[in-house]
Write a protein that binds this ligand. Structure first.
Ligand code: Z5A
Length: 202
């Protein structure tokens, strides 16, 4: 059992395989009882904000959108992430604050910051692949199209570029992974990077 909690996040554009990889990692770490969360969501309030942001067909001011994503996150941090880390658990998040920095900061052009009350991840996996192919995967999976997915290809390309800038600025935290590889190949790479964290925590 790990003696200290650590925090792993998955980021990337639409359909890049974040959910798949986060779930495979949680399965692999099952004996350590990891906490798996997805954003936006994961608490009653955060799920309500998710619904408001993505599925109600509302016109939302870009800055209001950013604060809603962050309000959802703050509730998730307060209710789930911070207590789990304090209890020495492993937390795996399918999207986290880098999504706000990339989508609302990079693509919408808003000024963004990292609130001090949001814990910093120990490691962030960035799945990098062709943006158009990712949107196609999403469509092929028959997933319900949300408000963000209806944005232009140009918007999603800006998100990808913003992620690249974030990864370049923090190479010690980010691990870039080729999202075009097979699920298993990507997962092996993820595990290779997580193993040293586990060793260090034992
Ligand atoms: N958003 C934001 O703007 N600001 C924020 O702060 C936050 C979010 C937190 C949330 O949507 C939207 O909110 C999102 C960003 C924005 N919108 N956009 N655009 P979501 O949570 O519903 O969706 P998502 O996070 O974008 O994830 P997704 O569509 O579910 O995609 P994914 O998690 O990256 O991929 P996946 O579900 O693992 O895989 C997609 C399909 O590809 C599926 O059929 C898989 O079986 C398949 N797949 C996965 N891996 C592979 C490989 N390696 N090869 C082949 N096929 C694969």
């Amino acid at each position: 059992m790990a003696k200290q909690g650590f925090f792993i996040t998955f980021e990337g554009t639409e359909g890049s395989g974040k959910t798949t990889q986060a779930e495979l990692l949680a399965e692999w770490l099952e004996k350590r009882n990891p906490v798996l969360v997805r954003e936006p969501g994961g608490t009653e309030l955060s799920e309500q904000i998710r619904d408001t942001l993505l599925y109600r067909g509302l016109e939302i001011d870009p800055e209001a959108e950013m604060y809603l994503f962050m309000a959802s996150r703050r509730q998730l941090v307060a209710e789930v992430i911070a207590p789990a880390l304090a209890a020495a658990q492993i937390v795996i998040a399918d999207r986290y604050h880098d999504s706000t920095l990339a989508y609302q900061g990079g693509a919408r052009g808003l000024a963004t910051t990292w609130p001090p009350s949001f814990p910093r991840p120990d490691i962030t996996f960035l799945l990098v692949g062709d943006v158009e192919a990712g949107l196609g995967r999403h469509e092929a999976a028959g997933k319900r199209k949300d408000r963000m997915e209806q944005e232009s290809l140009e918007f999603h390309r800006k998100v990808a570029e913003a992620y690249e800038r974030l990864a370049a600025a923090e190479p010690q935290r980010f691990v870039r992974l080729d999202a075009t590889g097979s699920r298993d190949k990507i997962q092996f790479e993820v595990r290779d990077h997580v193993k040293p964290l586990l060793d260090g925590a034992e």
